[in-house]
Design a protein around this ligand. Structure first.
Ligand code: IMP
Length: 195
């Protein structure tokens, strides 16, 4: 399986049930010579201590099941808050669904150290089944209150370094220029050019 549809156009499958992520990939990969096809069905996310283990093991499992032909990508991402020892980290999706932005802001009440980072790990499963990891990170701070209505997830409670706006106050292109995912997707574009 080469990812070639037979008409010379190569197909990369993007496995995600997250609408916000899918939109960011569509924007960032629009100009490349690959056709990006979304596979929206949820995959079973492996529980592990690090994003790379989650992304890598999930991709290997999906390849073993044979339901999604490679090349395909899936991504695990998370928000790591310094004063909370890296929480929510690998538990970001669950924490977002349960306590949400307000829960994070409450946990940060009275804490002066607002430093945090967003991390992204993209697992690329290449033809043959090998899984390669591409990384991106973005340092920043947690504001005192949520701001903005764009983006998804914790975007309203994260200000990237060097800016005063939250991700949720930026356009998708502005977020891509600064974000963990934008950086990981840049590495992915570079890798795809050599595949
Ligand atoms: P996952 O990679 O879909 O498991 O992402 C985990 C969780 O981290 C998501 O549900 C979001 O709450 C949060 N997250 C990951 N990336 C971003 C981002 O770019 N902006 C805001 N929240 C994010």
């Amino acid at each position: 399986m080469s990812g070639d549809k037979g008409d010379g156009e190569r197909v990369l499958r993007l496995v995600t049930s997250n609408e916000g992520k899918a939109m960011e990939y569509a924007a960032a990969l629009a100009g490349i010579s690959w056709k990006v096809e979304r596979v929206a069905g949820p995959y079973e996310e492996i529980q592990a201590d690090t994003l790379e283990e989650v992304a890598g093991a999930s991709a290997r499992q999906l390849f073993a099941e044979g339901s999604v032909p490679p090349p395909f990508v899936l991504e695990d991402a998370g928000l790591f808050i310094d004063a909370l020892e890296g929480f929510p980290g690998v538990y970001s999706a669950y924490v977002f669904q349960t306590i949400g932005h307000q829960g994070i802001l409450r946990l940060m009440e009275g804490i002066r150290d607002r430093d945090a980072s967003f991390e992204s790990r993209i697992a690329l499963c290449v033809p043959g089944g090998d899984v390669e990891l591409l990384s991106g990170s973005c340092s920043g701070t947690i504001p005192q209150a949520m701001r903005g209505s764009g983006g998804f997830g914790f975007d309203p409670v994260f200000i990237p370094e060097g800016d005063y706006r939250t991700f949720a106050e930026m356009s998708i292109e502005e977020k891509e220029e600064r974000s963990h995912r934008g950086r990981a997707m840049a590495a992915l574009r570079e890798r795809l050019a050599r595949l």
